[in-house]
Design a protein around this ligand. Sequence first.
Ligand SMILES: Nc1ncnc2c1ncn2[C@@H]1O[C@H](COP(=O)(O)OP(=O)(O)OP(=O)(O)O)[C@@H](O)[C@H]1O
Length: 684
Amino acid sequence: MHAPTTDPLQRERDHLAASRAALTAMREDVESLDLRDVTGTWVSAAVLQRQVTDRIAALADLAHTPLFFGRLDYLHAISEDLAEGGTGEQFYIGRRHVHDAAGDPMVIDWRAPVSQPFYRASRTDPLDVERRRRFGYTGGELTAYEDEHLTDPAEADSASALLAAEIEKPRVGPMRDIVATIQPEQDEIVRAEIGGTVCVQGAPGTGKTAVGLHRVAYLLYAHRERLARTGTLVIGPNSSFLSYIEQVLPALGELDVAQATVQQLVAHVEVRGEDPSEAARIKGDARMAEVLRRAVRSGITLPTEPCVVVRGSRRYRVPVQELTGIIEELAGREIRYGAAREALPQRIAHTVLLKMEQGGEAPDDRVQDAVARNPQVKAVVKECWPPVDPAKLVHRLLTDAAFLAECAQGVLDAGEQAAILWTKPGRSVKTARWTAADAVLVDEATDLVQRTSSLGHVVLDEAQDLSPMQYRAVGRRCTTGSATVLGDLAQGTTPWATASWQDALHHLGKAGAHVEELTKGFRVPEEVIAYASRLLPAIAPGLAPATSIRDLPGSLAVRHVPSPDDLVESVVEACRLALGHEGSTGLIAADARIPLFAEALTAAGLAFLAPGTETSAEARLTLVPASLAKGLEYDYVVLDEPAAVVAGEPDERTGLRRLYVALTRAVSGLQLLHSEALPVQLGA
Ligand SMILES: Nc1ncnc2c1ncn2[C@@H]1O[C@H](COP(=O)(O)OP(=O)(O)OP(=O)(O)O)[C@@H](O)[C@H]1O
């Protein structure tokens, strides 16, 4: 036995080694479970085995993911229920809970109540914390720590070097978690109550995506059972974005969060066509909900003949007037079309039952069910409340001008109706050239027929680009749950982009939600964000420019290349130079210029990836079409010809917004090359 060390760093290393040993023991415990004894049926054995495998995976000790990143020394002992069963004043904070053989915690989950002051305590409000310690790691080794004595008035407030180092780490590979450095204003959102929907407006790089993902992890910790039952979902703009973020939650130990694009959520029909932007805008307008509501109900008709049910030797007659009463009553109620269709035969049967009782019989429920299945009753239902196939219905609406006119009367004007009718209608649901906006209409119609089931929590990222109809599609997936809505009005690049969060939340069905604003930027250096923010008055008047936590002189370079013929070569050369630095490089160009660069990079012998493919130490260059840059980031960005990026969009404002997105992807440096004049809004 060695004497306990007095070197504080060594003591922390010893605690790390002991925690890792404890984690190994926890994993071995699970691995040694003998499932043969505890499993009854084959199915439960399979389920249990999966749970055990997941648990073993979750207990893996990842060499480059430190087990703990902080320590809190409280002034007073903390109660067990706040500290995952731990007691005392000192707690190590990490990505997951680790306990020793006696069950005492050695590392506390960052989401536990006792960990919260790690993110929130300050000199003005120390929250009973005497000392906050942050740990620094190099290649998995604990190499440094930094202390703040929050209750010591003599200690000066200083910026954390470890926090700065964490933020400046080169970005290769997928998005990382930020558990070690969540900021107080971010933590407020992460830990907001599950009951309420939170909407976050935030400039580029303020951590919206990071906050949204950590919020799901937090909610899963705080409400595990409820959310395991109801499910959680993260919605992102496209699949390259989803692959960029997909490893954050697993790294936090959460393996069961679904991810999808809005398009994937509403994939009732195969999307093969594209709408002109005006048609897409109208189809995405909330007024379409009313058109569809009328369309779904358009088949409801009132009976013209009585319904006569024969039972044995007796005949029961439900007169037209009574049938009409039942149908009108159902039509007047706010229940789904399909639910009403199921209720209708039962209502008619109930009327028959009353007549039987009046006739002295004593029928029971089984008789009512039998009457409901009677062919005469079924015939009335088919006639008066016909089945609706949502895709067929939308197909009819978009191909049959008279039907559209009937359903859209007083809602869409003639020009709008003409704009959404298909010019080349496919004959059937299968062969039609459905567009993305059409699929959302089918989803709305589907929900009018049968209620969409609601998840427990939905995170909606890059929300500003959704149409009102898309908000409705997302909203019906969290009617009984809550949502976290993340976006930036200045980055809206669809013709129907959100102009106000209040409107968006209204369409989502969460009108009362709170709107928070994040303005502290963690990605883009000061010079670069200041330059990009020159566009704000033109693209989103009224929005505050983001600040940056980093002042990196020389991070922005704007270069004019007089001859357009030389531009491609200069851009390729700029990429080569950027690759001389550590970390990732993104070459962003107007979509139309991407083939040009694919060829030029190949000719120059520079290998490159497409967005969504993971960068690595060997492959660090990504060629990014401007339309896919949203949400992504690179250490160095080379931006080709801003005028072409602007010109690639249908109108100037959208073009400038696209440019704003492209200008705000860099973590360490942005090099902008142009031959054409820069947009005047950038102020030459
Ligand atoms: N508290 C933090 N500590 C360390 N890094 C952070 C923190 N908050 C955000 N970041 C980092 O800043 C970068 C930008 O974050 P994120 O992508 O979440 O921003 P965003 O607001 O979604 O940006 P955009 O609007 O461009 O999509 C990411 O690399 C993220 O990890």
